[in-house]
Unconditional design. Structure first.
Length: 152
């Protein structure tokens, strides 16, 4: 399986994680950490559920993956995430030395690139825009639902 078809496959699975967040009333972002074609960590936003501002999808997936490997470094792994990581998550990705990051939708307001691309580890490789429309759509659906709820 080539990288592009593998990227689509794993991004669809990350979108399933985002759906879990959506169903729980969380901002719908999902993430997976993959090593040798196998998922070794996954997560979705749980900041409300856990009452923890650091419980982002990426953070939970990284923690699960490092626990799985018994190592704090993920240099041979790929992180799939439906939304461009924020500065906090970019810092964790940096320190975990994730080898490759694949994300769907860009985040113009809070994505790490709006602060500085230096937040990324210099050896990390990035692929963006995988299933971008679907990743963007679930976020728009969530925020529309939230606005509609506030109007009532």
């Amino acid at each position: 399986m080539d990288n592009s078809s593998q990227d689509v496959k794993f991004m669809r699975l990350a979108l399933q994680e985002a759906e879990n967040a959506f169903e729980e009333g969380e901002i719908p972002v999902g993430a997976l950490v993959v090593a040798d074609g196998k998922i070794i960590g996954k997560g979705y936003n749980q900041t409300e559920k856990l009452n923890d501002p650091t419980a982002h999808a990426e953070m939970l997936a990284i923690t699960a993956a490092t626990n799985h490997l018994g190592s704090r470094h993920l240099s041979d792994c790929t992180l799939y995430v439906t939304l461009e990581p924020c500065a906090m998550c970019a810092g964790a990705i940096f320190w975990a030395q994730v080898g490759r990051i694949v994300y769907g939708a860009s985040d113009e307001k809070r994505g790490f690139k709006s602060y500085s691309e230096k937040l990324a580890h210099p050896r990390a490789k990035y692929t963006t825009g995988i299933l971008e429309e679907e990743c963007h759509e679930i976020l728009m659906k969530f925020f529309k639902k939230l606005r509609d709820k506030r109007k009532k």
